[in-house]
Design a protein around this ligand. Structure first.
Ligand code: THU
Length: 158
């Protein structure tokens, strides 16, 4: 068996305005992260189906596992504030010492939450992983979590 994942590699300057706005929101959010232990400041921005953009960032804690990644902060915030509005896209980026990181990739737990956001609303959640020179676009969150553990769609309707 071969599992393939399609990834588009985009240039930041060539993004459509609507996506550029999302990326800029993620960058701004990263600068407000609370990451004194890792000094890896992550920002995430979500675009909802109504066009609204909400943001989050990583929130660390001296008891390390008590902290939370930027992606889950923003997705849980969106779910808490706008539970009926589907999530369309999420952009993620990171900074260290004020310099944008050349690499960013969501952890497994965040991928699981992205996947459930997509199944919950029955709407794909695009993922933009943003680095200074390239943006990696996944058309849906399921592609980031092959052989995922989740509910069978038909079962969810019952
Ligand atoms: N982190 C995120 O917030 N999102 C990611 O995609 C990768 C990692 C956070 C967790 C922790 O606060 C710090 O970055 C270092 O791992």
């Amino acid at each position: 068996m071969i599992i393939e994942t399609k990834v588009q590699v985009l240039l930041p300057d060539k993004l459509p305005a609507v996506d550029k706005t999302l990326v800029l929101a993620a960058q701004a959010a990263a600068r407000k992260a609370y990451a004194p232990y890792s000094d890896f400041q992550v920002g995430a921005a979500v675009r909802l189906q109504d066009g609204r953009i909400v943001t989050g960032n990583n929130q660390e804690n001296v008891a390390y596992p008590s902290g939370l990644c930027a992606e889950r902060v923003v997705l849980f915030y969106a779910g808490a504030q706008y539970p009926t509005v589907p999530v369309e896209a999420i952009a993620v980026t990171a900074y260290t010492d004020g310099v944008q990181a050349k690499y960013i990739s969501p952890c497994g737990a965040c991928r699981q939450v992205m996947l459930e956001t997509e199944t919950r609303y029955g709407h794909p959640v695009k993922v933009y992983l943003c680095t200074p020179e390239k943006i990696y676009l996944f058309e849906n969150s399921r592609s980031l979590l092959p052989m995922s553990f989740d509910q069978i769609p038909d079962e969810r309707e019952k």
